[in-house]
Ligand binder design. Sequence first.
Ligand code: DLL
Length: 441
Amino acid sequence: MSAQVHDIGGYKYQPELETMPREKLAALQLERLRWTLRHAYDNVQHFRRRFDEAGVKPDDLRTLEDIRHFPFTVKDDLRAAYPFGMFAVPREQVVRVHASSGTTGKPTVVGYTRDDIDTWADLMARTLAACGARPGDIVHNAYGYGLFTGGLGAHYGAERLGCTVVPMSGGNTEKQIVLLRDFGAHVLCATPSYALNIAEVAEKEGMDLRELPLRIGVFGAEPWSDKMRAELDERLGIRAVDIYGLSEILGPGVASECVEARAGLHGWEDHFLFEIIDPETGEPRPMGETGELVITTLTKQALPMVRYRTRDITRLSDEPCACGRTHVRIMRVTGRSDDMLIIRGVNVYPSQVESVLVGLPGIAPHYQLVLRREGAMDSLTVEVEATPDTPESGYAEIAGRVRHQIKTMIGVTCAVEVKRPGEVPRSQGKAVRVRDLRREG
Ligand code: DLL
C-alpha cells in the first residue's frame, strides 16, 4: 500500500485489513458468514422461516459460493417486521435505531448494538481515511442528522479518526458557508447535490470556496456522475470522493473510493459479502458483469442481513487498484432498478437523462423529471435550468436540442421546459429528481 495510506498519525489504523491477500480475506469471510447465518437463523423468526422454506440450514454452507442457495431479503421483509421484528438481539441491547423515510408505506427501521456502533465508527473512519481525511482535520458534516444514517454515521467515523467534527446537518446554506470559512474546514461531508447547492450559494455571496483550506469532499447517498465530480472539484477546489452505503446494511461506511484512484468504491469485504445477480432471474452473475448488488452482513449483531437485494445496479471489479487495497471495487452506482420509469412503454432511468443533460452547453446541472397523466397516457416533462449567461431568447433552441438528444439517446419523446437560473428546486440532502404528479391530477 502506498505511503499516504499508512501515514495517518494517531488513529489506530490497521491497513493490513484493507490489503489482506484475497485468500486470507475469503477465509475470514467464510468464518464470519457461518456465524451470521447461524445468528440469523437462531434469533430471527423471519430468517428461520425463510431458510426452512428453502430447505437450507446454516451448516449447509461450506464455501462462500454456497450463499447462492440461501433466500434473498428485500425491503418489504423489513416493513412486514415493522418496527423491531427483524432484530436478532433483545431490544434492550439495541442502543440506537435509524429509519428510512420511505416514500410509500411504513419506514424501514434498523438497529445497532453497542458493538455495531463501534464497528460502524471504525468503518466510517476507514472510509474517511480512504477519501483522504486525516487525524486533526476539521470535518464539516452537512449530512442530515436524525433518523437518516448519514449525519451520525459520518460524525462517529470522523471522531474515531481523530478529526474535529462540525455537526452542521443539512439546510441553512448561508450559515454553512460562513462556518466553512470561519472554522477553516478541510473536509466536507454532504450529498453531492447539496454540495453543489453550497457552491452555488457561496458564489452568489461572492465567496471563493477554492481559497479556503477545504481539500476533500466525501460525497454519497445518491447517484452522481463524473461530470458532476469535475464540477465539484473545480467549484470547491477539492478532490470529490464517492462513498456508498445503505441503512439496511449499515448506513454510510459500506464502500468507499480511494482518493488515489477515484475509480470504483472498495467494498469493505471483511464486514460484508458482495454479490451481483441478474435482477430478473436472481441468478448470480460473474465478476465484472452488470446487475443488481446483493449484500450479506458478516459482523452485524442487532440486524444481520442475508442476501439483501439493494436494487442498486452496478458491477464489481477485482482488478488491482493503484492504492494497494485488495477489497473488491463496486463500480459507480448509476441508478436503481426501482427508479425505472416507464414512459409510453420505454424504460427510462433518471440517471440516463442526467447523462444526456450534463454534456449539453447552456444548461446548469440541475434538473427534475415531472410525470403527469394526460387521459390514459403518461407524459414526461424534463425541467432543465439555463446557465446565467444564456439569454432567454435562446431557451427555445435549448429545449429543442434537449428534446432531440433525449429522443435519440433514450428513445423517449418528452416535453422540455427551460427554467431561469435558480428555478429548479435545490437539494438540502438527497436530490429529488422525479416529481410524480400522476396521482394528484
Ligand atoms: O444513503 C447511506 C449513506 C449516507 C450513504 C451518506 C452515503 C453517504 P439510505 O438512505 O438507506 O442510506 O439510502 C441508500 O442510496 O441503496 C443507493 O440507492 C443510494 N446511494 C447511497 N450511496 C450512493 C452512491 C444512505 N455513492 C440508497 N451512489 C442506496 C449512488 C447511492 N447511490
